[in-house]
Write a protein that binds this ligand. Sequence first.
Ligand SMILES: O=C(O)CCC(=O)C(=O)O
Ligand SMILES: [Fe+2]
Length: 522
Amino acid sequence: MAPSKKKAESSSEVSSKSKDEKKSSPKISPLPSIAIAVVAFLGGLLTPPALHMLRHQDDVNSRFVNVSFMDRQIICILLALKKNAFLTMLARRDRSTSSSYAPLPFPLPKHTPCTSSNLDNFLHAAPVSGLHVVCVEPMYLGVDGKDHMFPQWSDSRQQQKMLNQFNSVRITLYKNSHAAPTINTVVLRGEDSEDVGERLPVAWNNVKSLLYMELGLLHEGSQQQPWAIFTPSGERMIGELDEVTNGDGVGSSRHIMSSFVASGMVVVAQGGNWLWPGVREGFQRTIKLASSDDAAGSRNITIETLSLKPLVLSVKGFLTDDECDYIAKQAEPTLQYSGVSLKDADVGKAASNWRTSQSTFLSAQGDQILTDIEHRTASLTRVPRSHQEHVQVLRYGHTEKYDAHHDYFDPESYRSDQNTLSLIQYGKKNRFATVFWYLTDVEDGGHTIFPRAGGLREVSYTDCSRGLKVKPQKGKVIIFYSLDASGARDPSSLHGACPVGEGNVKWAANKWIWNAPMAYVS
Ligand SMILES: O=C(O)CCC(=O)C(=O)O
Ligand SMILES: [Fe+2]
């Protein structure tokens, strides 16, 4: 049956979404049932209007439209005799022509229903801490007092209608994006309001409480950014601390719930930042890469999972050869032998103990090419550009290397370094991801090594024989995450640069991306 509000059956007044709407609904006085039955029979005879009415009443489920002539007459009479349901229906039809298809005052995300093939792109064979997949399906209260699923809509008009009418949701939770055999499904209903005389839409606050409970979400803390929810393509929808506006517009509870339902699948990241779910080694995902110039549109690019723990992804063709050459040329005049952020235990030691390469930071200010690449990097990671540091360009000659290290700051290692501690707010802010740009091909050596990939324990910070080794290739980038999806530092993100072989030069650059906006780029 069509969407219906709980109390509509026993009332001649049509229930509606809001008090205002209710006031404007046509008022129809109840008639004696027999008179209604006669009208109903005649209505059934006049097939086109009756057909129109029945179709309208349930146009996403056209079973009624195909019944025989007598069946239709009987249906009409039965409906009529069931108190004033027939009139209610007519009046609702009236109302729905004016409001059910009303466009929503905000854009909606692309629909990604939780089909098994879509879920396969997000679920993992083992749990991933802090990354959750949630399916949100709209339901409505039927005249039988039960919650019903909407049939799949086939056009935006039907979607619009559904979005105006759903008043409960079926929520399926895949905690830690684990393809676990037991699936946790909860139906959440809108409140039944005595005041309005109908079931209210489902409130975001109730969904939020459910997510805290079922997913074990933590409240923002001293070591943690607020969690956030994203569409499956990484657009941020809402965060733990985002203010919800009143009314029905952008940022309202209705906006959030409509977006969830329109999306179908949403992804919750406890750490508050998007990361591309790795799924499995060798998994490939095609994503849209926006250009900083709207006119140039977007292009598709494929990212491949090289490792799940640490999470390392590879992207070919991210930079053009000309861009690679340009970046190296810009960096050359200011290159210096590289420093490192010395931990308390290493104060007084020379950086060359660990790192023998040269490097320099380049600001993109006033540089269109670098600005474009920064925007592209933000689009690739779905983390805003405001979280980026300036790009650091690196040059390694023969034998030069960078021993295994973490890109994140562990507050425990910087206890006597107030500058670093305040920069990282004692652990709440940190480097979240590194987007590493390879600017040259290197024939011999110069790999980036992840000695702990695949669950290995490193034997030394200079060993280049074991672990995941990524070969430099001009124009390729890798993304690796220093914090996991829960926002915690990931010790398995240990990595280094292997010595470059004779006759080779390795040019590369890193874009460090923080878990919160920083003041580096403007
Ligand atoms: O050169 C590489 O492959 C890695 C460099 C690196 O880890 C860094 O600069 O932090
Ligand atoms: Fe690094």
